[in-house]
Design a protein around this ligand. Structure first.
Ligand SMILES: Cc1cc2nc3c(=O)[nH]c(=O)nc-3n(C[C@H](O)[C@H](O)[C@H](O)COP(=O)(O)OP(=O)(O)OC[C@H]3O[C@@H](n4cnc5c(N)ncnc54)[C@H](O)[C@@H]3O)c2cc1C
Length: 384
């Protein structure tokens, strides 16, 4: 067992850290306040290969291993969770779904553009009536002429308004239940496709979140990803990758909470000395550090299995559950360390809390992660 990053992974960490410090952090507060989508940052990331993830170089990707991938998510998550969310959806959900399930034609058509950030991707599973119960989606796709006709709607879709392509899940055989779901790559210019922005979010304010509508939306026959009926399998396998990026991003949030809290606690004086010298303040910082270390190792453990190509649903759910809940704990404590100042956007810690909370909800709530873990341990599925 080797807990050290390789020289290449260390170099990637330093490079992404510098990029995050210079290009993301200086704009994070302003983009959050104004709900501004960081298109320029995403374009720059694409140009320097930070959106290529584990996609092989022959498809325009960076050909990284999953630990290096986690290192990138952690460093971006340390800087801004809105940017990390956009990158997670692009890399873990859009690119990896196409890489794993796409035809050779779909891979060569979409992956180079996604990896370079020239096109943006979204992953559209959730519907107004079907969140945790993904098999309960109602969007339908029926064969029409030489293509598929989609009807229905999706909600809470990250990058949904901006995405050039969305991976959309729809029922092609409603009578077959969970086995009757298929996946489609839907272009934003498809006739009958519209989207609207979801406003008033607690956090992730510079990330785009959308409702999507399909009204007799016609897509070509070759828009299907995988085979008819593969949809739920694709969705669940993709979520194993998505949750990994979320967990790694949450390690970044915890690290940002530690960095901000240590700095502030050493500067802020009460009772004639820095508050860092008070044991109860050190208690909060120490707990953050323990959570960061534990979460990071859980992520690396899941990444190690992914590198080996071994099934990792359990380990990824453990990492996602622990890291997201720990990020909320760390951000709450970081605000506490900052006292009244932590409650204002003069310091970034209130944003960390608003952004951390969604990680316990999206890509499967904490309750769903615990049910996945419980099923693995008991052999009994408790959520149907
Ligand atoms: C900012 C944001 C971005 C998102 N981005 C995307 C995206 O890009 N693509 C996408 O497809 N979706 C996305 N989502 C949707 C997200 O994945 C869902 O919100 C999530 O899966 C939960 O579904 P729901 O909101 O319908 O809650 P529900 O499923 O209605 O759950 C409500 C509560 O009930 C609990 N619950 C539900 N079922 C059970 C059960 N069997 N046992 C115990 N408790 C249960 C849940 O844990 C939760 O506490 C996003 C959501 C947000 C907020």
């Amino acid at each position: 067992m080797d807990f050290d990053l390789t020289d290449e992974q260390k170099l990637i960490k330093e490079t992404v850290r510098r990029f995050a410090d210079e290009e993301i952090i200086p704009h994070a507060r302003d983009n959050d306040v104004h709900g501004r989508f960081p298109a320029d940052i995403i374009a720059k990331m694409g140009a320097i290969g930070l959106l290529g993830g584990v996609v092989p170089e022959r498809y325009g990707g960076s050909g990284l291993d999953f630990i290096a991938d986690a290192v990138i998510f952690e460093e971006i998550g340390r800087a801004c969770s809105s940017v990390r969310t956009i990158v997670s959806v692009q890399v873990s959900l859009a690119e990896l779904s196409i890489l794993t399930w796409g035809s050779e034609g779909q891979k060569t058509r979409f992956l180079p553009g996604l990896c370079k950030g020239e096109i943006l991707g979204a992953f559209a599973l959730t519907e107004p009536h079907a969140g945790s119960d993904a098999a309960g989606i109602r969007t339908t796709a029926i064969k029409k002429g030489g293509g598929w006709l989609l009807n229905g709607s999706k909600t809470w879709i990250s990058t949904g308004n901006r995405a050039d392509i969305s991976i959309v899940f729809a029922k092609t055989s409603p009578e077959a239940g969970a086995k009757g779901i298929s996946a489609f790559i839907v272009g934003k210019d498809s006739p009958g496709f519209t989207s609207t922005e979801i406003k008033g979010k607690m956090g992730l304010r510079s990330a785009d979140t959308a409702s999507l509508f399909f009204h007799d939306c016609l897509v070509p026959e070759d828009a299907m990803l995988g085979k008819p009926g593969d949809g739920l399998k694709i969705a669940l396998a993709s979520l194993d990758n998505g949750r990994y990026g979320v967990a790694a991003g949450c390690v970044g949030i915890i690290q940002a909470c530690i960095d901000a809290s240590v700095k502030y606690a050493k500067e802020r004086e009460q009772f004639g000395r820095p508050i860092a010298g008070f044991q109860l303040v050190q208690d909060m910082i120490a707990r953050m550090h323990v959570d960061a270390e534990a979460a990071r190792l859980l992520v690396y453990r899941a990444g190690h299995l992914k590198n080996k190509g071994v099934r990792n649903t359990l380990e990824t759910s453990v990492a996602k559950y622990f890291a997201s809940e720990a990020a909320v704990r760390a951000a709450t404590d970081a605000i506490q360390v900052h006292g009244g100042y932590g409650y204002s956007d003069e310091y970034p810690v209130e944003r960390y809390l608003r952004d951390a909370k969604v990680a316990t909800i999206y890509e499967g709530t904490s309750q769903i992660q615990k049910l996945i873990i419980g099923e693995h341990l008991t052999g009994i599925k408790a959520f149907v």
